[in-house]
Design a protein around this ligand. Structure first.
Ligand SMILES: [Zn+2]
Length: 273
């Protein structure tokens, strides 16, 4: 693919990202490695919805400007580290999609085996610790996860995806935002049913059938004791080991809330003297 087409693809991904409300003002950044030492990256301080070819600059692997009038995004450091750690990766995409970012703000990683397509393609989506934006802290927080993951939540910040090209990185962002949205809705309905170990094993076998290389990071399966591992809206699944009530069974907290509600209602309904 020539450089002109890569710039066109970056502009298109930026446009979709803005249209979907994944960024506000000048948030977000996109990059593509076009040769061993050349990276095209969105320039700093630009809306991703209205990029033009001159708002995409060329930098080397250390972030020095090779071509263009404006500096690259201030978040270029995490892109550079991703290319260093994952030589096969060609694109990095960072945005603040609301449901992913809400999970990142609540401190809840997307680590449960829930949707088959996520289990097959991405597995667990970890939460990288908070780092001050545009400093070395952000890439350093990603370091523990970069080797084995292609999608990440950034604590109190947003999300990051990697891909073989910019559209793969974009579609991965679409997938995790959709996943985060569904998890959010299911928690509101009161229960998230996790897939079982054997269901996940069958899905893992599909990877080789689809010609997908390697393995994806493990997500959390349903407890072997059976029953659905329900997680209420206020229960962080991040702990991974909490024993949740099975469907139809009330937790101690639920019983307590019920008793307190009954007492308050009884008091309110008392005839006033
Ligand atoms: Zn950001």
């Amino acid at each position: 693919m020539n450089e002109y087409d890569v710039r066109k693809d970056i502009i298109e991904v930026g446009r979709r990202c803005w249209l979907r409300g994944w960024v506000a003002a000048n948030d977000g950044n996109i990059s593509v490695r076009i040769s061993p030492d050349e990276i095209l990256a969105t320039a700093t301080g630009q809306s991703k919805g209205f990029l033009t070819p001159d708002l995409i600059v060329k930098v080397d692997r250390r972030g020095h400007l090779l071509e263009g009038q404006i500096k690259p995004s201030s978040e270029i450091l995490m892109h550079l580290l991703a290319y260093d750690e994952r030589p096969e990766i060609r694109a990095v995409f960072h945005a603040h999609p609301p449901y992913c970012t809400a999970h990142a703000v609540a401190g809840i990683p997307l680590q449960e085996c829930v949707l088959p397509e996520i289990v097959v393609t991405l597995g667990e989506i970890p939460l990288a610790q908070y780092g001050t934006p545009s400093t070395e802290e952000v890439p350093q927080s990603l370091l523990p996860y970069l080797q084995n993951h292609d999608a990440f939540l950034l604590e109190n910040h947003g999300a990051l995806t990697l891909g073989q090209d910019v559209f793969e990185a974009y579609y991965r962002m679409e997938s995790i935002e959709h996943f985060a949205h569904i998890i959010y809705l299911a928690r509101g309905l009161g229960s998230v049913n996790l897939l079982t170990q054997s269901q996940v094993e069958k899905l893992s076998q599909l990877r080789s059938r689809y010609g997908l290389p390697g393995e994806v990071p493990l997500c959390r399966v349903r407890d072997s004791g059976g029953g659905a591992a329900a997680t209420g809206a206020n229960n962080s699944p991040a702990t991974g080991s909490e024993t949740s009530p099975t469907a139809g069974e009330k937790s101690t907290t639920d019983q307590l809330v019920e008793q307190i509600t009954d007492r308050i209602l009884a008091k309110l309904l008392q005839p006033r003297s």
